[in-house]
Design a protein around this ligand. Structure first.
Ligand code: SF4
Ligand code: SF4
Length: 285
C-alpha cells in the first residue's frame, strides 16, 4: 500500500522524463511588479500566489480516494460533467487513456484515464507579448484553470471515482501528447498544441480518473497541419532563438521543436516571453 492508502495506478518509469519546474519560475513576482501600476501589480501578485497554492493543492488531491472503486458511469454522466466544466469557463474537453510513457519518472499517478481540459488565453492580452500584460494573463489562467481542475477532480471523487488533479503549471504527466491523443489539436512547430479554436492560445490541465471515458470522435486537422508545416513564423520570430527548424526526437520518444533551456532564459528575461503565442496565425483574432 502507498502513503495514500491505495495503490497508484501507475508509477512513472520513463528514465528520460524527470519532473523539474525550474526554481526561477517560482520567483517571477519581480518582473511586472517593477513596471506596473499598483492595481495591476496587486492582481499579478494574487494570481501568482494562487497559482503556486493551487499547484500544491492539486498534488494533495490523491488523498480521499480510499473508498473510490467505481468505474462505470451512467449514460448522461459526461454530458452533465461537461456542462459543469463549461459553466466553470473550461473551453476545451477531451478524453484519452493515460499514456504511461508520458508520466514523469517515479511519480505516482492515480487513475487510468485522462480528462484533458483547455482554457483560452485572451487575445487582447496575448497580443501585448512579451510584457507584463501578457504575463499577468498567463498567471490568471494558471490560477483559474488550476482551481477549476481541482474542483472537477473533487466532484469525480465525491461520485466514487478514483481521481487526481494535475495543475496547468505542472502535473505528473505531459499534457501535449495527451491533448493530441484526445483529438483536441496538433503539435505545432512552436512546441505548443495548436487547436482550431484558439491556435496556441490555451493552457492545459488533466484530471486522471478511473471513471470510464467516452469515445472521442476523430477530427480532421489536415488543414491546420498543412498550414503549420508551411508557415514557420515561430521559427523566424522566436525571441530566444529556441525553436528548431526541424524537430528532434529526444531519448524519451518526445518529439520537440524547442530548446527548452534557451526558451526558459527568454521567459525569465522577457516577462514570461510568450511571443510565440502572439505571432502564431491560427490564434490571431
Ligand atoms: S507560428 Fe506557424 S509554424 Fe509556428 S506553430 Fe504557429 S502555425 Fe505553426
Ligand atoms: S516563449 Fe519566447 S523564447 Fe520560448 S519559444 Fe516562445 S518566443 Fe521563443
Amino acid at each position: 500500500m502507498s502513503e495514500v492508502g491505495i495503490e497508484p495506478t501507475y508509477i512513472g518509469k520513463n528514465e528520460n522524463l524527470v519532473f523539474i519546474v525550474p526554481k526561477e519560475l517560482f520567483n517571477m513576482s519581480l518582473g511586472p511588479a517593477e513596471v506596473l501600476d499598483r492595481e495591476s501589480a496587486k492582481l499579478f501578485s494574487k494570481y501568482i500566489r494562487g497559482t503556486f497554492r493551487g499547484f500544491q493543492k492539486a498534488r494533495k488531491t490523491k488523498y480521499g480516494n480510499e473508498n473510490n472503486t467505481k468505474t462505470q458511469v451512467p449514460p448522461d454522466f459526461w454530458e452533465k460533467f461537461e456542462k459543469r466544466a463549461t459553466e466553470l469557463d473550461v473551453d476545451l474537453i477531451g478524453y484519452t487513456p493515460v499514456n504511461e510513457n508520458y508520466i514523469f519518472k517515479d511519480l505516482k499517478l492515480y487513475g487510468k484515464n485522462a480528462i484533458v481540459l483547455g482554457m483560452e488565453l485572451e487575445w487582447e492580452k496575448i497580443k501585448e507579448a512579451p510584457g507584463a500584460i501578457c504575463e499577468i494573463e498567463l498567471f490568471r489562467l494558471y490560477k483559474e484553470l488550476g482551481d477549476v481542475t481541482i474542483k472537477l477532480a473533487e466532484f469525480l471523487k465525491e461520485q466514487g471515482y478514483k481521481s487526481e488533479a494535475h495543475h496547468p503549471f505542472g502535473g505528473k504527466l505531459l499534457y501535449g501528447p495527451h491533448a493530441v491523443a484526445a483529438n483536441l489539436g496538433i503539435l505545432g512547430r512552436n512546441g505548443l498544441i495548436i487547436t482550431p479554436e484558439f491556435g496556441p492560445r490555451q493552457r492545459w490541465s488533466i484530471i486522471t480518473t478511473d471513471a470510464d471515458i467516452p469515445k472521442t470522435e476523430k477530427k480532421d486537422f489536415n488543414d491546420l497541419k498543412e498550414y503549420c508545416e508551411k508557415c514557420g513564423a515561430c521559427v523566424r520570430g522566436c525571441k530566444g532563438g529556441s525553436v528548431y527548424e526541424t524537430p528532434i526526437e529526444k531519448e524519451n520518444g518526445v518529439i520537440t521543436h524547442i530548446d527548452r533551456s534557451k526558451c526558459i532564459e527568454s521567459i525569465l528575461e522577457n516577462n514570461y516571453c510568450s511571443y510565440c503565442l502572439r505571432i502564431c496565425c491560427p490564434g490571431i483574432l
